[in-house]
Design a protein around this ligand. Structure first.
Ligand SMILES: [Zn+2]
Length: 236
């Protein structure tokens, strides 16, 4: 039985070693280290350093079938040594990434992981941390655990704020971090996102914003709500 499992279940490192010998038959197989990382896309990286072959692969591919790992091993090792990539490997790997379920997973990754923090809570004008604590004290008796707070990379007008459950993070659009935007408007957007934390919903997509009746009732507690919304409509 042991012989069989050795034959049928090659680990990814064993696959890379076999492919390496196939592509570089006269070179001793180096030590191989494979890491599955939480990348935001199906990127993979390979480098040879200190006699060790380091391979980093997106964790989505961790459970991929052996033939897919083999195809990717041919692609990466061939590229490392500037050899032509065997066409059937390229095709097999692409076909896998194009599978509907894999494509859906990768789309989701781009949306959730892709939005990285480039800034902490302190913007040029507004600091989200004390603002969060004030709102926390005022509306949640100070009991809400503080998520990560940050500003978006791009000044989006269509998405002024966003709660990302996969990172437990509230991100506000950089467009709000401006002296031209009144504090009340920023507080309102932050409060709105805090309510998404307080009233979680089933998410059908990371961008879809769902407001339950409880959510809407809580939002009405925000003083000068109308005024704040009007300010957001009139963003410079
Ligand atoms: Zn919302």
């Amino acid at each position: 039985m042991q012989v069989q499992s050795a034959l049928f279940f090659e680990t990814p490192a064993e696959i890379y070693a076999r492919v390496f010998s196939d592509l570089k038959p006269r070179t001793a197989v180096p030590e191989i280290k494979i890491q599955f990382r939480r990348f935001a896309s199906a990127n993979s990286f390979i480098r040879l350093q200190d006699g060790c072959l380091h391979v980093r692969i997106c964790d989505v591919l961790e459970g991929a079938p052996a033939p897919i790992h083999e195809a990717l091993a041919y692609i990466l090792i061939a590229k490392l040594y500037r050899k032509p990539v065997p066409a059937h490997c390229d095709a097999r790997y692409r076909r896998y990434l194009n599978r509907a379920d894999i494509r859906r997973t990768l789309d989701l990754l781009r949306q959730t992981r892709g939005r990285k923090f480039v800034s902490g809570p302190k913007g040029d004008v507004y600091d989200l941390e004390p603002m969060f604590e004030e709102l926390n004290f005022q509306f949640f008796t100070g009991l809400m655990a503080r998520p990560l707070l940050g500003w978006s990379r791009r000044p989006s007008r269509t998405m002024l704020g966003h709660y990302d459950p996969s990172h437990n993070a509230i991100i506000l659009s950089r467009i709000l971090d401006s002296p031209a935007v009144p504090r009340l408007a920023v507080e309102y957007v932050l409060y709105h996102e805090m309510l998404h934390l307080r009233y979680p919903t089933q998410h059908h997509g990371p961008r879809r914003c769902i407001h339950t009746p409880d959510f809407k009732a809580a939002e009405k507690l925000f003083p000068r709500l109308k005024e704040a919304r009007q300010m957001l409509k009139a963003l410079p």
